[in-house]
Design a binder for this molecule. Structure first.
Ligand SMILES: C[N+](C)(C)CCCC[C@H](N)C(=O)O
Length: 288
């Protein structure tokens, strides 16, 4: 099983993440704090009070998790294509796989990465939703002191299964949408590249960026449900299951609930995935 795809997936995921983290910080702040009037206002205030570093708070934990997750996604995707079409990464430009194969391989990668992602994502969401300001002397400490403490508390209270809360919704979110991700990427590359040639860097950037946007747009409805199920362990509101969560969210907030965070998710998705695909292609190419 070729291993370089796993390593390339790991490095490219980390590079994409660094670029996307400022967007993620703005997204989380807008979702959880009421002091900002909008995206620009939040950026300006963050920069004024905390300088550029403010945008990169809390990045160490996601950088470890994205390394694992992206390496599983790209490694499994590429090896699934190898199993389906008997072509290696290098041979695929000359003999492009069918979109059905790309879709199946993308879904397989998406399905497996969802299981690796589930505990990391749960911890991220729980920490991102801790909106108390930093501990003041005398005030009660926040429920979770950091990622390790968060993981340990969930484990203690609910056992290993507790760490997989919302994993089912996450799998449903990621399996088809990562199929769509790779199909969009391959299709866009194919549209602007002469047969048999490697796509140019500009093509890879644009195709990767749009692949990210398409995938996030289609994933957003289940993204909202997933986050709500992950928070359900903490909040009073308990859902009987995924369907119950969908129905009660729509009843209370209307269909618009499925599009929460769509704009900022898409703005983040373009640079993150442009850089992820560019570095992935570049690394595999330079390793020959
Ligand atoms: C499938 N879904 C859209 C949910 C995720 C796609 C992940 C791609 C990339 N790691 C990123 O963070 O944008």
């Amino acid at each position: 099983m070729p291993a370089e795809e796993f390593v390339a997936g790991w490095i490219s995921g980390a590079l994409g993440l660094v670029l996307g983290h400022p967007f993620d910080t703005v997204k989380v702040r807008l979702q959880t704090q009421t002091t900002y009037q909008g995206i620009i206002d939040c950026m300006v205030k963050t920069y004024r009070h905390e300088s550029l570093l403010g945008f990169f708070k809390g990045m160490s934990f996601p950088i470890v998790s994205i390394a694992v997750v992206n390496s599983v996604l790209f490694g499994v995707y590429s090896n699934a294509l190898l199993a389906l079409t008997a072509t290696s990464h290098q041979e695929r430009r000359a003999q492009p796989p069918s979109y059905t194969h790309v879709f199946i391989a993308g879904c397989t990668g998406g399905f497996l990465q969802a299981y690796c992602l589930a505990p990391f994502d749960l911890i991220k969401v729980r920490l991102q939703n801790q909106t108390e300001p930093r501990a003041q002397p005398g005030s009660p400490p926040p429920r979770y002191r950091g990622p390790v403490h968060c993981a340990a508390s969930i484990f203690q209270a609910e056992g290993p299964r507790g760490l997989f809360r919302g994993a089912w919704a996450l799998t449903l979110r990621d399996t088809p949408t990562l199929g769509i991700y790779f199909v969009t990427y391959e299709w866009l590359c194919h549209q602007s590249t002469p047969d048999g040639q490697n796509p140019s860097s500009a093509t890879v950037l644009v195709a990767g960026g749009f692949a990210g946007i398409t995938s996030w747009v289609t994933a957003t409805p289940l993204d909202v449900i997933k986050s709500r199920m992950q928070m359900a362990g903490l909040e009073q509101r308990a859902y009987r299951g995924l369907l119950d969560c969908v129905v009660s969210s729509v009843r209370q907030e209307g269909l618009g609930v499925f599009f929460r965070g769509l704009t900022i998710n898409s703005a983040r998705a373009f640079p993150v995935n442009a850089v992820t695909f560019l570095s992935y292609e570049y690394l595999l190419h330079s390793w020959g």
